[in-house]
Design a protein around this ligand. Structure first.
Ligand code: FAD
Length: 443
């Protein structure tokens, strides 16, 4: 059986190691950080994430969905907080059982790593940082506490996230490698709403909370311990921005003005704001995602997207399912398997990248408007009246496994039909009213 070297045991790394282990491959998984079970927080990324149909399907395929979801909190819709503190709840779907789930990154990471370790042919090595990959041999250079070492396999898979060392080696060594990265003008900072004195949640538990403020926003996802993790998405630079908000007074004033109902629940706001890092938000597109039958990229290493559709990890998990299918289909031709995987995923993750940026504008700006709420109601009315025919974009992305590109295309088509029908109906009504008025006037 072939030997796979996997770099990065984040969310996709553990899961792919489990899939490959189940196929009987020899797998060595190298991770630069310490074992997450030693209580070391996965720094620099969100503490919790929303997992939905695509991610859950990937976990189900390897039999760990229940294990992973046992501590997840279902979120049935968006709870919009306006500036006066008024709340508006908008369910995610016409079907009230459809929800997204808030899950802790560390818990999910541990679940997938443990799933991989159940296969005796999978070995996980923490505190091993990949510094370079030789695509032809293929080998990786690893830095450990005890010095450098080299690992060789039949194939190397880069699952080492948005700043992938494996991808950088491909960039350096493949003349035709295409690479594009683009950063948002917004960064993010995580803050906390702790549990109430009795350990209960101090806002609606089963919702994703949003404070939309046009050019920026804050969101909050519930945690099992009764707390919420808030994320402020805000401009790095500008008259009101991370750059200009320096003193405690600046922070306090900004939050009092913009999120007064949240401030009352955030006793550690000032400390959190000062201590927690400000992260950047990047979209990465590259191609090809593979080199011969020797190297491939999976997850954020291939296609980092901004987090506003809650799909980055879901898409990374879907990559694992597709790659596993391709390896089964082309058992004797790994290059064909890698190429097929890339063909199946690339246009879809490109579509997701666009959807994710579009959803930022929707979340921070449109969710606050009456027109947005009316459109959501119309979507749900059409979905209920035309079951299986009309599916809102959010539903297709979040609650189905329809490929992202197809979902985007179908949503554009639906919108065109709905808006032209509405337009035609308005024109007909207007003509009818004019005719009626004339008829009545003639007596
Ligand atoms: C603020 C924020 C909120 C998000 N919310 C959601 C959400 O709600 N839902 C969702 O689906 N997605 C969400 N995402 C996206 C999600 O976090 C990523 O898409 C997901 O983590 C990708 O998984 P991955 O395994 O490809 O990469 P990662 O999870 O980043 O894992 C990469 C791993 O590789 C390791 N590594 C890196 N370099 C090396 C090296 N040189 N050598 C060895 N190991 C290395 C890292 O330590 C890490 O463990 C969010 C992202 C952000 C930033």
């Amino acid at each position: 059986m072939a030997k796979f070297i996997l770099i990065g045991s984040g969310l996709a790394g553990g899961l792919l190691a489990a899939y490959l282990g189940r196929r009987g491959y020899d797998v060595d998984l190298y991770e630069r950080r310490a074992d997450p079970r030693e209580g070391n927080i996965v720094g620099g990324r969100s503490i919790n994430l929303a997992i939905s149909t695509r991610g859950i399907h990937a976990l189900e395929q390897i039999g760990i969905a229940d294990e992973a979801l046992q501590h997840a909190i279902p979120m049935r819709g968006r709870m919009i907080h306006d500036k006066s503190g008024d709340l508006h709840f908008a369910p995610y779907d016409v079907d009230p059982t459809k929800c997204i789930n808030s899950i802790g990154r560390a818990a999910l990471n541990t679940t997938v790593i443990e799933a991989a370790q159940r296969y005796s042919n999978v070995r996980v090595h923490f505190n091993h940082r990949c510094t370079d990959a030789d695509l032809d041999t293929p080998t990786v250079e690893l830095e450990t506490e005890n010095g450098q070492l080299t690992a060789q396999g039949d194939a190397v898979i880069g699952l080492d996230g948005a700043f992938s060392a494996v991808r950088q080696s491909m960039q350096r060594k493949m003349g035709t490698f295409q690479y594009d990265e683009s950063y948002l003008a917004h960064g993010y900072k995580e803050l906390t709403i702790p549990p109430g004195p009795d350990g209960s949640w101090r806002m609606e538990k089963n919702a994703l909370h949003i404070w939309p403020r046009k050019s920026f926003m804050m969101i909050a996802l519930p945690n099992p311990d009764g707390s919420f993790t808030c994320t402020l998405f805000w401009e790095f630079e500008g008259p009101r921005s991370f750059a200009t908000t320096k003193t405690d007074d600046d922070v306090r004033r900004f939050f009092d003005e913009e999120f007064p109902d949240a401030v009352a629940l955030m006793p550690t706001l000032l400390e959190d704001f000062k201590q927690n890092p400000t992260g950047s938000l990047v979209t990465i597109r590259c191609a090809p995602w593979f080199y011969q039958d020797k190297v491939a990229l999976v997850g954020d290493a291939a296609h980092a997207v901004v987090p506003f559709y809650g799909q980055g990890m879901n898409a990374a998990f879907e990559d694992c399912v597709v790659l596993d299918d391709c390896l089964e289909k082309f058992q004797d031709n790994r290059e064909r398997a890698f190429s097929e995987y890339c063909v199946k995923r690339k246009e879809n993750t490109d579509a997701l990248a666009d959807l994710a940026i579009g959803n930022f504008i929707e979340m921070r700006d449109k969710t606050a408007s009456r027109a947005f709420r009316a459109k959501k109601k119309l979507d749900q009315l059409l979905e209920a009246s035309l079951p299986g025919i009309y599916l809102p974009l959010y539903t297709m992305v979040t609650f189905t496994r329809i490929p992202y590109a197809e979902a985007a295309h179908r949503a554009r088509l639906q919108d065109r039909i709905v808006y032209s029908s509405l337009g035609a109906a308005i024109v007909s009504m207007t003509i009818l009213s004019i005719l009626l008025v004339r008829f009545i006037a003639r007596g």
